[in-house]
Structures are given as structure tokens and as C-alpha cells.
Design a protein around this ligand. Structure first.
Ligand SMILES: [Zn+2]
Length: 344
């Protein structure tokens, strides 16, 4: 599909590119579109765990490192707001080691997904934030920052830590045991939410360290992706399913990227009751913004100006003035969708 990039830039959509999307050099691309671009994004580490820059921490896609470095150097030189994408717990390479894989209570493992209760992995992520932050960029979009859903995680570590909180033996802990008792279920949500935000704190500290190391004028922002889908109860449901707490994200990184309807193909049309529910569900943005945070709307695979206008109209209604998209769905989309809303 041949897209008219200029049109999207002129509409001020922040586009997250992969080097493969672009059939010319970074220099040719940036110089062609620079006058229309206020901001632009490039992938730093993808869901397969490979880095697009010469990382000393993660494995590297060597064929793209020159492109990445030229891209970020030029966006900086031209004063374009430079954004780099980073997939967190979706990391196919790190998850080669089964002990890091997240799993449900039946031991069904997600081979591409790391358990968020892993301080070793927070450190790994923090190193990557520091590496990316050593480039002259302004913002990191952090994708995949929570649990897959409420049925996760029952890895050995999560069992061992959580079971004593609900008077159970680690190896006898089940999802049913937890959900049968509302108090236990609430503890489960709290436990998981604490892990998610502890992980985010590591990454935020790494961003601050990179500011100190580079003397960056404005602090490096980390915008945390939160999934918001009717299948998982929009914004309220997402707290329990994925472990987010919008207030805590506001305190830790101050920036949130709301991934709208990741598991549902179409957004509800204006005037429908589903649309009103969605708008209502985004009310938390007011408070988030009032406390000094910034929210952006995100959607995978926006390829027409009409889709973009639809997002902008929704944004206007809920007080969000930035729309971010990729032209593609993630390459592992069907697997992600299945793990997020499939039956267990
Ligand atoms: Zn776990």
C-alpha cells in the first residue's frame, strides 16, 4: 500500500515507523518530509526483543543500526520531536528462557511474554532505556507494560510471593481459589499492580540518569501504553486485567499512551451508546492532565485520513490533543490478541 505520508504529517499525527516501512535512506526521508513534521517515531526495540540501534544489552538488527542513528541525529538537528518505541514485556528473545515466561495457573506459558514480576528484567529494561536515552531524543513510547490479563501470572516466583498473602501453598494456588474470595482477588490486583509500577519506576529512574548523562534540556519522557478495549472493560477493567493504575503512572512517568480498542477492529461511531461509554471511560484523562500529566491516543494500523479524523474528534471530546499511530498492526498481533482475550 502506498501511503501519502505528507498528508498524515500535515494532520499532525505522530507516526511510529519501522525502518522497513521506508524505502529510502533516513536522510532522504527526513529531508523530504522535515518541513511537515513536528514529531516522528522510530522503533528502538521491537516485540521480538531485537534492538534497531547498536545495543550492548539486547540482540541487534545490524542491518538497521545505521538507519536508526542517522534518523535520530537528523531529527535532533532539525528540531523535530524525536520519539523511540520500546516493547517491554513482549520480548521474544529474552523469553527464550522459559523461567521468565509468564503463565496461567494451568502452566500454559506465553512464549513471547515476560512475567512483569522480574526485577532482573526491570534492570534489563532500564539498561535499554539508558542506551536509547543516550541518543538525542525526546520521548520513549513504552509498549506492553502490564500483565496479559487477570489470569496471569502463576509462574514460580509469583506463586511463591503471592500464596502466603492468601494463606495458600504456592503450588496449590489457583485462579479459582483467588477469585472465589473477593478479598483475595483484591489482593491479587494490588500485588500485580505493585509489580507493574515498580517496573515503571526502574525505567523512569533510568530515563533521569540518561538526562544527567547527556545534559538533555528537557527530561526524557516515557509514555506508558495502556490498553483500553471493551473486551477487557475499557479503562476501569484494564486496571484489574493488566495491572495499571493511571494515578500512579501519572506520578511515575506523567505520560500515558492510550491504545484504543486493540482487540476490536472498529471504533464505535459517534452517537452510539458504545461511543458514550468510551467517552465516559476516558474521563480519567481530565484528572490525569490536571495533575500535570499528558495523555495521547494511540491506535494500531491507521491508514486513512478518515480514521485519523475519527481519532482526533474523539480526542477533542475527551481533552487529548495528540494522536499516535503505526501504519501496521504488530507482526505478532494474532498471538497477542489470543493471549489477551482467549479462553483459559
Ligand atoms: Zn510471574
Amino acid at each position: 500500500m502506498k501511503l501519502n505520508y505528507r498528508e498524515f504529517f500535515m494532520q499532525k499525527m505522530l507516526i511510529m515507523f519501522k525502518p522497513e516501512d521506508i524505502d529510502m535512506s533516513a536522510k532522504d526521508f527526513i529531508s523530504t518530509y522535515a518541513s511537515y513534521m513536528e514529531d516522528v517515531g522510530i522503533v528502538g526495540k521491537g516485540p521480538d526483543g531485537y534492538a534497531f540501534y547498536p545495543s550492548k544489552t539486547a540482540p541487534v538488527r545490524k542491518e538497521h543500526t545505521a538507519f536508526f542513528e542517522e534518523w535520530v541525529r537528523l531529527t535532533d538537528a532539525l528540531e523535530i520531536h524525536g520519539v523511540v518505541g520500546l516493547d517491554m514485556y513482549t520480548d521474544g528473545w529474552f523469553a527464550r528462557d522459559p523461567k521468565y515466561q509468564t503463565m496461567n495457573d494451568k502452566g500454559v506459558k506465553m512464549e513471547h511474554q515476560i512475567c512483569p514480576n522480574r526485577s532482573e528484567f526491570w534492570q534489563y529494561g532500564a539498561e535499554i532505556v539508558k542506551e536509547i536515552g543516550s541518543y538525542p531524543i525526546d520521548e520513549i513510547l513504552l509498549f506492553g507494560s502490564g500483565f496479559i490479563r487477570d489470569q496471569f501470572c502463576f509462574c514460580e516466583r509469583c506463586r511463591k510471593e503471592f500464596a502466603p498473602l492468601v494463606d495458600q501453598e504456592p503450588n496449590r494456588l489457583t485462579y479459582q481459589y483467588i477469585t472465589e474470595n473477593p478479598e483475595y482477588h483484591e489482593k491479587w490486583h494490588q500485588f500485580r499492580s505493585d509489580k507493574v509500577h515498580e517496573g515503571l519506576t526502574y525505567l523512569q529512574e533510568a530515563a533521569v540518569e540518561s538526562d544527567d548523562a547527556t545534559g538533555r534540556e528537557q527530561p526524557l519522557k516515557i509514555s506508558v501504553e495502556v490498553l483500553m478495549d471493551p473486551e477487557t472493560g475499557l479503562s476501569e477493567g484494564a486496571k484489574n486485567e493488566y495491572g495499571y493504575d493511571y494515578v500512579r503512572i501519572g506520578e511515575i512517568t506523567k505520560n500515558v499512551l492510550i491504545n484504543l480498542f486493540p482487540w476490536s477492529p472498529v471504533l464505535p461511531s459517534k452517537g452510539s451508546s458504545e461511543y458514550s461509554e468510551l467517552v465516559e471511560s476516558l474521563y480519567f484523562v481530565n484528572e490525569f492532565t490536571r495533575r500535570g500529566g499528558r495523555a495521547s491516543l494511540f491506535r494500531w494500523g491507521v491508514t486513512t485520513i478518515e480514521q485519523l479524523q475519527e481519532l482526533k474528534a474523539l480526542g477533542k471530546e475527551v481533552g487529548i490533543d495528540r494522536v499516535v499511530s503505526t501504519f501496521h498492526y504488530p507482526s505478532d498481533y494474532s498471538r497477542r490478541r489470543e493471549s489477551a482475550i482467549g479462553n483459559y
